[in-house]
Design a protein. Structure first.
Length: 331
C-alpha cells in the first residue's frame, strides 16, 4: 500500500492527515482522512489530489474498467468503531475497491464520533456510511437513513456486547462493577453503552452514580486497550472487534476475560442517505454483494474479518429499537 501524501498547510506533517471540513449549515468539524484532499471551504467534496492505494498489492492485475472520471467521487463516512489509524488501514482498500468498481475517486470521511457521522448522512455529505446499529436506528427515524448492506463474519450475521475486565478482576457480572472505572467507545454505541446502561437501569440502578468514572474512549479497540493497560477496570465492546483483536494477538485474550455477553444484535450496517438516487443505490449494493465472488474483493473482505456482505432486513434491528424504547422509559 502506498503512503498517503501527508502535506497540509499550517499543520505538521503526519502519517495521516486530518482537515477541518466546514459544513455549510452547522459548521461541523469533521476529521477527513483523504485518499483525496478536500476543498478547504467544504463547498465541494471533489478531490484535489488522488492517491493510489494499490500500487503495491494487486498492481499487476489487469482491469478493463475505465479510469475514474475527473470530479466524480464516492464519499464514504466511517464511524470510529475502531481507532482512526486502524480505520484507514482496514477500510482504505475496501473504499478504493468500491470506487474503482464504480469508476470514481475514493474519499474517506472520518467523524470524531458516531453523532458526527450521522450528521454527514443527514446533511447528504456522504454517499454511504458505516455506522453502529444504534446510530442507524436513530438515523432511520430522524432523517430516513436506508440500509444498504451488512457484513457476515465467520458465518454469523449478529454480534454481541461484551463486558470485559482483566483476568485478575474479581468481577463476575455487570453489577459487580459498582464504583469501578468503565469505558465505552461512544454514547451512541449499542454494545458500548446503550446495552449496559439499559440493563443496569432495568435493575433500578442509578447509572449516573454507578461507575466511579465513565470514560468515552472513542473506539472499541481503544476501550479494549484501556482495560488491558489498567486505565479503566472494565469496558463494554463490540464482540466482532474484540474477537478480531484476539485473533491477531492471542496474548490479549489471556489478559482479559468476558464477564457478560448480551443477546444478539443485527450487524452494524452500511447505510445511505434517504435521497440517494436509486441507480446509485443499486450499483453500490451490487458491488458490495458481489465482492466475495472476486479474488481481490475476497482478499479485502478477509482482511476486515468479513466473509461477505448481505442485504439485511430492517427487522434485524428490532432488538436495538426495543433497547432504545426501554432506556427512554426507565426513570
Amino acid at each position: 500500500m502506498s503512503k498517503i501524501d501527508t502535506a497540509s498547510a499550517g499543520h505538521t506533517r503526519s502519517p495521516f492527515v486530518c482537515f477541518a471540513l466546514a459544513c455549510i449549515a452547522v459548521g461541523l468539524a469533521i476529521g477527513v482522512i483523504a485518499f483525496t484532499f478536500l476543498d478547504r471551504d467544504g463547498s465541494e467534496l471533489g478531490p484535489e489530489v488522488s492517491v493510489d492505494l494499490h500500487q503495491g498489492d494487486g498492481a499487476h492485475e489487469t482491469d478493463s474498467r475505465p479510469p475514474a472520471a475527473a470530479g466524480a467521487v464516492l464519499r464514504v463516512a466511517i464511524a470510529p468503531v475502531i481507532s482512526p489509524e486502524a480505520s484507514v488501514e482496514q477500510y482504505g482498500d475496501l473504499i478504493a475497491f468500491l470506487a474503482h468498481s464504480l469508476g470514481v475517486q475514493p474519499v474517506l470521511l472520518r467523524g470524531k464520533n458516531y453523532s458526527e457521522v450521522n450528521d454527514l448522512i443527514r446533511m447528504r455529505q456522504c454517499d454511504m456510511a458505516l455506522v453502529c446499529t444504534y446510530s442507524y436506528v436513530l438515523a432511520e427515524v430522524a432523517f430516513g437513513a436506508r440500509l444498504l448492506v451488512a457484513p457476515e463474519v465467520e458465518g454469523r450475521r449478529v454480534y454481541h456486547s461484551l463486558i470485559l475486565v482483566r483476568t485478575a478482576s474479581s468481577a463476575t457480572k455487570l453489577t459487580d462493577l459498582r464504583d469501578q472505572r468503565f469505558a465505552s467507545c461512544d454514547v451512541l454505541s449499542t454494545s458500548g453503552w446503550l446495552y449496559p446502561v439499559t440493563v443496569l437501569k432495568q435493575q433500578g440502578i442509578d447509572t449516573a452514580r454507578f461507575f466511579s468514572k465513565h470514560i468515552i474512549s472513542g473506539s472499541h479497540d481503544r476501550s479494549v486497550f484501556a482495560v488491558q493497560s489498567g486505565l479503566v477496570d472494565a469496558a463494554a465492546v463490540d464482540s466482532i472487534v474484540y474477537e478480531h483483536m484476539v485473533a491477531n494477538d492471542p496474548a490479549l485474550g489471556r489478559q482479559l476475560k468476558v464477564i457478560h455477553r448480551s443477546p444478539p444484535f443485527g450487524m452494524p450496517p452500511l447505510v445511505v442517505p434517504a435521497d440517494l438516487p436509486p441507480d446509485r443505490f443499486a450499483k453500490l449494493q451490487r458491488v458490495l454483494l458481489d465482492m466475495h465472488t472476486h479474488a481481490k474483493g475476497k482478499r479485502i473482505l478477509a482482511s476486515l474479518g468479513f466473509d461477505l456482505f448481505f442485504d439485511p432486513g430492517d427487522e434485524d434491528y428490532d432488538t436495538v429499537r426495543s433497547l432504545h424504547t426501554s432506556w427512554l422509559n426507565q426513570p
